[in-house]
Structure formats: C-alpha cells, structure tokens
Design a protein around this ligand. Structure first.
Ligand SMILES: *Cc1c(COP(=O)(O)O)cnc(C)c1O
Length: 469
C-alpha cells in the first residue's frame, strides 16, 4: 500500500512513514494511491464479529504488510479495551429509522479517542522497531489535549507535553489532563491565552535545532492513521444495520471534515452508503460550500459546540483531491488561492459530483438547544451540543425515509454539562469510571509565556534528548 500527497510533490510513502510524517513535505495530506475494497461477501462475513475483529479486517490492507497481523490485532484489542462499553461504538435507536452511533465511550468521552487510542500504540510500535523516540508537543484550549494525553500515557517511546492556558479551561477539561500521573506526561499551565500556547508550539516547531534535539512530533488531525481508524465504525455500524444487503445514510457533525472524510473512505471501500449529511454549527463554511461550490473563510464564532468552531476544514483537501481528478497541482493552486484570497471555488460539474453523495446543513444555537430538549423529551435520550447538531441535521436532511439514518454522537453529554442542563433542566452525570475525577491528585507546572523557558522545560523531560522524563 502506497500513499501519495494531495499536492503531488512529496515522496510516495509506505504506511509507517506516513504515520510518523503526519503532513506531507509539500504541505499536502497523504491519501492511499488506490483504495482497498470490501466485497459484499467480506461485509457479510463481518456479521456478529467484535468491533476489534472488524477493525483488524478493515485496517489490515492499509498497513501494506508493514505490521504483522498478530501484533496489529494485539494493539487494536488493547486500544479498544480502554473503552467503557463492550460494543466499543454502540448504536442506540431514536425513532423508526434514526440511530445514534455513540463514539464517546473512550477515556476522555469524545470521539477522538477512537482514533487516538490506536494511534498512540501504532507510534510506539513503529518507533520501537526503528529504535527511535519522539517528543510530542501540543497546545489545547481544553478538549484535544486530554485525548492526546490518554493516547500517549505510558508509551515507551513517546513523551508528551501539553500546554493549556492557565485558568482558562473548564475544571473537567483541566482535570482530565492533569490527573494523568504517568511519568511521560507533562502538563504546562501557561500564564497566557490559548493563542499564546499555540504560538509557543509553532515557535518550537520553527526552531530546527530544538526540533531535532527532542525529535519533535505532533498527533494532529490530518494524520492518515486517524482517518483509517475512523473508517472502522462506519463499516461496523453499516454491517450491524444490514449492509451489504441494505443501504443506509450517515449524518456527521463536523468541523475539520476528518470524521466525514472517513465516511467517504468507507464509501470508496464499497460500503453501500447512499448519502452523507454534513452538520455544521454557525461556523458553516462547509454548509456554504455545498450550497455554492465556493469555500470561503469567515471569522470563527464561539458556539455551544466548540469542537466544531473551525473555519478552515483541513481534511477537506483530501476530498478536493478527488473532485479535481487527483491533480496535485490543481489542489496546490486552490489552496494557494484560499491562503491569499480567503476563497476558492470548484466548477458546477465538480460541485454536482460532490452533491451526488454529500449534503450540508447548518444548525444555529437555538436549534441546538431545542434539539437537546426535544430529544430528551421524546426519546428519553440526552445528547451533547455537537451530537445535537447532527440530530437536527438528520431531521432536516430529506434523506429517503426508507433508509436507516445514523447520527454520529461525538461527545458524552457530561462533557458539556452547562448547555445540557440549560436545555433539559437536568445536569448529566459523569460515567462511573470518571465519577471520582474531582478527588484525584493533579500534577501540572505553571510556566511564564516565554519560549526559552518552555523549551528548557521540554528538553529536560524529553527522553529523545537524553532528559530524565
Ligand atoms: C473534534 C470534534 C468534532 C469534529 O470532528 P472533525 O473530525 O473535525 O470533523 C466534533 N465533535 C466533537 C465532540 C469533537 O471533539
């Protein structure tokens, strides 16, 4: 299995190099040169299998033989053994034909765990094979930091330093990071804002000598392996609902287009998905694209669904690559225009091709709150604000009523207790395994907003740089 860059000017790589590289050297994103396929017989043979077994069957072709099947199966079973539900990603029925696919049973109660729990183990395995270590550095406003920390904790060849703005994350978010006491996890509470944290991380990546000394890396949202791991739950839920003998549709609350691009991957592999509905909050760059064929950035507005408060959907470039006939130079030109002018457009024919599979919906704040309240009242089921964007988009989507419609639930309602309590009058409880979060010991280091100080802190803790960890 070979991977090519969406901008056509980076080396063609195998799975392990794509995993460790993240972004391609030409600024593009890696995609498979050809998609492996699942025949109707392959899909039928998955009926009744465990999530982990389906995961191995779906992902193995993407590894191209680089990891032995037994080693990979052990990593997959270990990764999904951390989930608090035996089905890993269970389906819950809302009405006659609408289902919720719960992706929030991982350690941090949000869907990013599905990919990151596996990614951490893959990193460790490949680094061990190469005799290398990395230092992962990231900035968080609260949500993604905990998923990255849980993915990397106790990994033999990975140290992780996460910067959060001191006093500016919610207490649940902070505690989900700072109560992980593993010796390779380092939380920095920075005396500054989230933007300051991001600037420091950029500063560290731009300092070549420092980058090499600590073997700096990131677990960012454009890593191919994250997409690969997310394809699995589309296949598993489609099979559970009757694929290949019954078609279905998915509704995906989206920010970065990562989750819904994985659904597109499932389509390319042969899963009979009739329609993909993209749910946006008021930051609706994707909904506007599907209306007009133009991708135009606007200022980011804070909403009740903060993990979708994004105006540049980086993973969209992977779909664009296919819409533009896999012409890397054309993608490069479109992205250059987007950077300089804040906008690019596709032709009517290219838009029509996208609309044959995708449709976009926008849900405002009032619609989000009303959906949380209505779902609690009519289905005895509590959704978080991100999932509510999906449920509201499903209701408005106009998808063929004969098809099962699956809405992806991307966060547990207890991650966003204030919005949920305001909508329903009831404060959602944390699941039992996190119930003692407020009693757990915390460990963090407060640092000033100063690049040299933070770099010294990272170097001292980086085992790649000979630090003590
Ligand atoms: C990250 C995130 C999203 C958006 O996912 P994309 O892959 O960026 O589309 C949606 N909901 C929650 C809760 C998230 O954490």
């Amino acid at each position: 299995m070979r991977y090519i860059s969406t901008r056509g000017a980076a080396p063609v790589l195998g799975f392990e190099d794509v995993l460790l590289a993240g972004l391609a050297r030409d600024g593009g994103l890696y995609v498979p040169e050809t998609w492996p396929t699942l025949s109707p017989e392959d899909l039928r043979a998955m009926r009744g299998l465990s999530y982990s077994e389906i995961a191995v069957r779906v992902m193995l072709p993407f590894l191209g033989g680089s990891i032995a099947e037994d080693d990979f199966r052990a990593m997959v079973e270990d990764a999904y053994g951390t989930f608090g539900h035996r089905a890993v990603t269970p389906l819950v029925q809302l009405d006659r034909r609408t289902w919720v696919l719960e992706l929030f049973h991982g350690p941090t109660l949000a869907f990013k765990d599905v990919a990151l729990q596996l990614l951490g183990r893959l990193f460790d395995h490949v680094l061990a094979k190469r005799g290398e270590r990395v230092t992962i550095v990231g900035a968080t406003s609260g949500d993604t930091g905990s998923a990255a920390i849980e993915a990397c904790r106790d990994r033999e060849n990975v140290d992780i330093v996460i910067l959060h703005p001191k006093g500016r994350t919610s207490e649940v978010q902070r505690r989900q990071m700072t109560t992980v006491l593993s010796s390779n996890v380092h939380n920095v509470a920075l005396e500054g804002t989230f933007d300051d944290c991001q600037d420091l991380v950029k500063g560290m990546f731009n300092d070549t000598a420092f980058r090499d000394r600590v073997n700096l890396s990131a677990v960012n949202s454009i890593n191919w392996a994250r997409i690969m791991a997310q394809i699995v739950y589309y296949v598993a839920s489609a099979v559970a609902l009757g694929a290949p003998d019954r078609k279905l549709a998915f509704v995906v609350p989206t920010g970065n287009f990562g989750n819904v691009y994985a659904a597109y991957g499932a389509v390319r592999m042969g899963v009979p998905i009739e329609r993909l509905v993209v749910g946006s909050n008021s930051n609706d760059i994707l909904a506007r694209f599907f209306e007009s064929g133009a991708m135009t950035a606007r200022d980011v507005m804070p909403t009740l669904s903060p993990s979708m408060d994004i105006q540049i959907s980086s993973n969209f470039e992977r779909l664009l690559f296919d819409l533009l006939g896999r012409d890397g130079a054309a993608v490069e030109a479109a992205m250059r225009r987007f950077r300089s002018e804040g906008s690019f457009a596709v032709t009517d024919a290219q838009l029509a091709e996208a609309l044959a599979l995708f449709s976009g919906h926008r849900v405002d704040e009032a619609g989000t709150m009303a959906t949380i309240a209505d779902t609690a009242r009519t289905c005895a089921y509590t959704v978080d604000p991100h999932t509510a964007v999906g449920v509201a988009s499903a209701a408005a989507s106009g998808v063929d009523p004969a098809l099962p419609l699956v809405v992806l639930a991307t966060a547990h309602p207890a991650k966003f207790p204030d919005a949920v309590e305001k909508a329903t009058g009831r404060r959602p409880a944390l699941p039992p395994r996190l119930a003692d979060l407020y009693e757990r010991e915390e460990r963090l280091t407060v640092l000033p907003n100063d690049l040299a100080t933070v770099q010294a802190f990272v170097t001292e803790r980086s085992r790649a740089a000979g630090g003590r960890a």
